[in-house]
Design a binder for this molecule. Structure first.
Ligand SMILES: CC(C)(COP(=O)(O)OP(=O)(O)OC[C@H]1O[C@@H](n2cnc3c(N)ncnc32)[C@H](O)[C@@H]1OP(=O)(O)O)[C@@H](O)C(=O)NCCC(=O)NCCS
Length: 181
C-alpha cells in the first residue's frame, strides 16, 4: 500500500503532503538567508534547488515512514512552510520535530498552531511517547514556540552537531505524551 500522510487541519492551516507542485511557493521562502540561519540546510539559490528538495521528499514518502507536512493557509492554499518529524525512532517511540515558516508570516502564531497539531498527531496516531526538538541557543523565536506549547528545556548539548562547518551547541527541548494537553 502506498504511504500517505493524512491532512491535519487547524483553525487557519491545512497541513498536507508536499509535492513538486510546491516548488515556487517553497522557493519564495527558502531563498531567504534569514530563515536558514538556525537550520542545517542552506538557502535555496534557485528554483532548481527547491525542485530537487521536493523530489527528494517525494522519494522519501515513497520509501514510507517520512513525516514532514507542507504548511498551507486554509484560505488560499498557499504553502508557507513545513512542519514534521526530521527523524523518528520506533524502538523508543520517539520523534524529533522540525519546522520552518516563511518570514512574511512570522508573528501571527501560525507555527505554534502547526507544531501543536503535529504533536497531537504524533502522540495520538504515531504512538510516540516523546517528542524532542533541538534548537540553536540564538533561536529565541523557535524556543518561544516550544515553550508556548509546553515543551520542557532539558539542557544544552555542547557542540552536538557539525552544522555548516561549526560544532554547534543545541538546546534540547522535549514533550512527553502524558504532559501534552
Ligand atoms: C521558528 C519560527 C517558525 C517561529 O515563527 P514565529 O512567527 O515566531 O512563531 P509563531 O508562528 O508561532 O508566532 C508566534 C508569534 O506570533 C504572535 N501571535 C500572534 N497571534 C498569535 C496567536 N493567535 N497565537 C500565538 N501567537 C500569536 C506571538 O505573540 C508571537 O509573536 P512575538 O514573537 O512577536 O512574540 C520562525 O522564526 C522560523 O521559521 N524560523 C526559521 C526556521 C527555524 O528556525 N526553525 C526552527 C528550527 S529548531
Amino acid at each position: 500500500m502506498e504511504f500517505f500522510l493524512p491532512n491535519l487541519k487547524t483553525d487557519r492551516l491545512v497541513l498536507r503532503m508536499l509535492s513538486a507542485n510546491d516548488t515556487f511557493d517553497m522557493f519564495e521562502y527558502a531563498r531567504d538567508y534569514e530563515i536558514c540561519k538556525y537550520v542545517t540546510w542552506n538557502a535555496h539559490e534557485s528554483v532548481e534547488d527547491s525542485m530537487a528538495y521536493l523530489n527528494l521528499v517525494e522519494e522519501r514518502y515513497k520509501n514510507g515512514e517520512y513525516f514532514d507536512w507542507g504548511v498551507t493557509l486554509k484560505e488560499t492554499g498557499k504553502l508557507v512552510g513545513t512542519c514534521g518529524f526530521v527523524n523518528t525512532n520506533k524502538t523508543d517511540s520517539r520523534g524529533e520535530i522540525g519546522y520552518v515558516l516563511s518570514r512574511t508570516y512570522w508573528g501571527k502564531g501560525l507555527m505554534t498552531e502547526a507544531v501543536r497539531r503535529v504533536c497531537s498527531h504524533g502522540f495520538e496516531f504515531m504512538e510516540l511517547n516523546r517528542i524532542e526538538a533541538r534548537v540553536f541557543p540564538e533561536n529565541t523565536r523557535s524556543q518561544d514556540v516550544l515553550k508556548k506549547i509546553g515543551f520542557c528545556y532539558e539542557g544544552t548539548l555542547r557542540q552536538q552537531q557539525l552544522i555548516k562547518g561549526k560544532y554547534q551547541d543545541l538546546m534540547m527541548f522535549s514533550m512527553l505524551k502524558n504532559e501534552f494537553r
